[in-house]
Design a protein around this ligand. Structure first.
Ligand code: NAI
Length: 462
């Protein structure tokens, strides 16, 4: 039995980042992790491996579709599936090992095994019970599956199974047009699978600015993804060929079905807190299985904190990381804080989609007077040079003060471009502040500036 200042349960982006910050702030820190590798869902079976697959298949698409346009002639690459999966696994290993290195460097102890909290201030891992002044729950989330669906992770899969399929499916049904469904759906569409996305709502990517979501759907449809919207899934069952998904359209009860080699269930995630002993401990819970916390990440139990997907808010790795750093600072007697108004969201398809702050729908709902500055990548020389001129930047600013309220980008490197708007928003900048900032030419980021100009006297290249 050992005594620590802090024990963090879970080594995902929330937990491992928090541990490193705790150690940097002089706290004797341990992390409990039951997986064989550090990094949680994000590094092992989520963000990182999916980005490897998105990269590989994007390159494949470039080689097949755009190389000859640039005078790059020759044999079109074929996919060696085993090697592609190995590349993805190597990317994961490189990153998980990197965290092991950071733990050693910062003297963070890894307690291997699954943890539970038998009483306040105690964490049990295997047969050992450790003490800590403070405990942080950073146990993340798990896939939320529709009732009646039996997963086998071979034919009816979550994102985890979708990253290790034994062969490239000829057809795939994706249930849920959220981030996972569209990212993995576009990976397999680029690999030649016929992909049908079945979504309960009438639009894809709920919560996204509607104009961007509409344009996103049109672009994905051009890439070959089929969409069935407003469809309530009734049955998902195994067949000889693979599996069948049957639905009823919500508007008129019309029935439809499709059979495919693989069905990916991507209908959201829910907090993963089972086995921790929270009920016996009397931890107060919030809606949808979340752990209830105050704005300092404190639960109702003294010395017990929670962060990341296990608490309220968007289930995003970077939100968990920020909370991990903030809670470390709070436990060290400093003033940790997360600005929830400026958390970017990114979908890593091609083109990428990124957003921060309010959507136009939210501003309308708030009855706020706003203006819209839009600029198409068609007017951006750099985007045209790389055949990525589809999409646009949209900046929303207060009508009176010109303060930036939100930004929504669909286009090349949108996931990177969004951060200049994030920084601007953190500083309370106006659209004019962005517009008056010199942007290097030729870069994609000029499109952000042009959208900011469009909030004022108008863009130049439109
Ligand atoms: P999601 O919440 O993004 O999307 C789930 C979709 O499934 C929604 O469009 C919802 O309307 C639909 N749906 C729910 N029930 C349905 C039903 N019965 N029939 C048809 N459609 C149904 O969830 P997703 O994509 O599973 O991702 C889980 C979490 O992981 C999200 O919070 C997401 O933000 C996060 N994530 C983030 C990524 C990123 O930042 N790039 C990548 C992957 C996941």
């Amino acid at each position: 039995m050992a005594q620590f200042d802090v024990i963090i349960i879970g080594a995902g982006p929330g937990g491992y980042v928090s541990a490193i910050r705790c150690a940097q702030l002089g706290l004797n820190t341990a992390v409990v992790e039951g997986r064989d590798t550090l990094g949680g869902t994000c590094l092992n079976v989520g963000c990182i491996p999916s980005k490897a697959m998105l990269n590989a298949t994007h390159q494949l698409h470039e080689a097949h579709v755009n190389f000859e346009k640039m005078g790059l002639m020759g044999v079109k690459p074929k996919v060696d599936w085993e090697r592609m999966l190995r590349y993805k696994d190597d990317v994961v290993t490189g990153n998980t090992k990197g965290i092991e290195f950071l733990f050693k460097k910062n003297k963070v102890t890894w307690l291997k095994g699954w943890g539970s909290i038998p009483e306040a201030g105690k964490v049990k891992v295997g047969d050992d019970t450790h003490s800590a002044k403070n405990i942080v729950i950073a146990t993340g989330s798990e896939a939320s599956i529709l009732p009646g669906i039996t997963l086998d992770e071979e034919v009816i899969v979550t994102s985890t199974g979708a990253l290790t399929l034994p062969k490239i499916p000829k057809s795939m049904v994706v249930i849920g047009a959220g981030v996972i469904g569209l990212e993995m759906g576009s990976v397999y569409a680029r690999l030649g699978a016929e992909v049908t996305v079945v979504e309960y709502l009438d639009a894809i990517t709920p919560g996204m600015d509607a104009e961007v979501a509409k344009s996103f759907q049109r672009i994905l449809a051009k890439q070959g993804l089929k969409f069935v919207l407003g469809a309530a899934v009734q049955v998902v069952e195994r067949t000889k060929k693979g599996a069948k998904v049957a639905w009823k359209l919500r508007k008129n009860d019309a029935a439809g079905e499709v059979e495919a080699d693989v069905v990916l269930v991507a209908t959201g995630r829910k907090p993963y807190t089972s086995g921790l002993g929270l009920e016996a401990l009397g931890v107060e819970m919030g809606p949808r299985g979340t752990i209830k916390t105050d704005d300092h990440f404190r639960t109702n139990i003294n010395g017990l904190y929670a962060i990341g997907d296990a608490i309220a808010g968007p289930m995003l790795a970077h939100k968990a990381e920020d909370e991990g750093m903030a809670v470390a600072e709070i436990m060290a007697g400093k003033h940790g804080h997360v600005n929830y108004g400026v958390i970017p969201g990114v979908v890593y398809t091609t083109p990428e989609v990124a957003s921060v702050g309010a959507t136009e729908e939210q501003l309308k709902e708030q009855g706020r007077a706003y203006k819209v500055g839009k600029f198409s990548f068609m007017g951006n020389a750099r985007a045209k040079a790389v055949f990525q001129a589809e999409g646009f930047v949209k900046i929303l600013a207060d009508k009176e003060t010109d303060r930036i309220l939100g930004a929504h980008i669909i286009g090349p490197a949108a996931g990177d471009l969004i951060h200049e708007v994030c920084v601007a928003m953190e500083f309370g900048a106006s659209a004019q502040d962005l517009a008056l900032t010199c942007h290097a030419h030729p870069t994609y980021s000029e499109a952000v500036r042009e959208a900011a100009l469009a909030c004022g006297d108008g863009p130049i290249h439109a």
